[in-house]
Design a binder for this molecule. Structure first.
Ligand code: GLU
Length: 305
């Protein structure tokens, strides 16, 4: 049993992030398994070293430890390129010269979801000739039909990747691996058997399952943790400023107090201060609350002004 926490150092960890980390840690520690830390710092423009240090400091502060070296995605370009080359060789992926504006235009943009329009397959058209010299991205040929999985927390899930997002980018035109590709290559390389992360990534999982399959690797199981909502019903992560671990720490919150809060929200305790180790015995996914948690930020501000 091997789990991991894989944050992107694009900001300070907030309570939603560390709740996923705590649950992922408990799930593997309850089985005597290993827990790994991976820094997803592929996006050079948005990642900052002080956020990476912040992640490490916050996890230590909360009492969440990890096994072995920290893996940094920014140092693994050759590994991602090798996986992309394999998929290209197998015909499971193809180069694409479309810019974002081209995709919008070609799609007629009738359906622009959070992730943009479905890719209409322009560069996969037989006989298409890519403009010479133009940097190309690489897209994975999405498999038709639903790709389903049973989430440890949310139950049966599924999406029709081909119908919803179409062929998706696995390497950007600037040569950087996409999140979808890098996460699959690394989960396989690190031998991860269970992925625990925020519910906002549930729709990515079918894409990742298709990549595991195309690369011939066993996929892990998945548990997507419900998001924290503000009292207005909106995602708390969007207004995270005062709800970062760093801010709460600076205002005097202790590690056990925060762990107790997260455990209470997850239905694992009444919320009394505790260490992660004290929650290990008897942890099962069945005991974790599946409903989104409504957090009263004003109450936290009163508790730690
Ligand atoms: N790096 C991603 C994030 O911070 C999470 C990736 C994952 O857990 O699969 O949102």
């Amino acid at each position: 049993m091997r789990g991991r926490f894989a944050p992107s150092p694009t900001g300070w960890l907030h309570l939603g992030n560390v709740r996923s980390a705590l649950l992922g840690w408990l799930a593997v520690r309850a089985q005597g398994g290993q827990f790994l830390l991976r820094i997803e710092d592929l996006d050079g423009a948005r990642c900052r070293p002080e956020y990476t240090q912040g992640i490490i400091d916050d996890l230590r502060f909360l009492g969440l430890d990890w096994d072995g070296e920290v893996l940094h995605q920014s140092r693994r370009k050759a590994v991602y390129d090798a996986a992309v080359a394999r998929l290209l060789d197998d015909g499971a992926a193809y180069p694409c010269a479309c810019s974002r504006a081209d995709v919008l235009r070609a799609a007629g943009a009738p359906h622009v979801g959070e992730e943009g329009p479905r890719y209409p397959g322009t560069c996969a058209t037989p006989g298409v000739v890519l403009p010479p010299g133009k940097p190309t991205s690489v897209r994975f040929r999405a498999k038709a039909g639903p790709t389903s999985f049973v989430d440890e927390l949310l139950g049966p899930q599924g999406h029709d990747v081909a119908a919803e997002v179409g062929d998706f980018v696995i390497r950007r035109a600037d040569g950087v691996a996409s999140y979808q590709l890098a996460v699959v290559v690394d989960d396989a390389a690190q031998g991860i058997t269970q992925v625990v992360r925020g519910e906002d990534l549930t729709t990515s999982t079918p894409r990742q399952l298709q990549l595991f399959d195309a690369l011939g690797w066993a996929a892990p199981s998945f548990a997507h943790v419900p998001l924290l909502l503000g009292t207005d019903g909106h995602r708390l992560a969007k207004r995270q400023g005062s709800l970062t671990v760093a801010s709460l720490r600076a205002r005097g919150a202790t590690g056990p107090e925060l762990v107790g809060l997260l455990a209470g929200w997850s239905g694992l305790s009444q919320g009394a201060p505790c260490t992660p180790a004290e929650l290990v015995s008897g942890f099962t996914w069945a005991s974790v609350r599946r409903e989104p948690t409504v957090v009263d930020a004003a109450e936290l501000d009163r508790r730690w002004p």
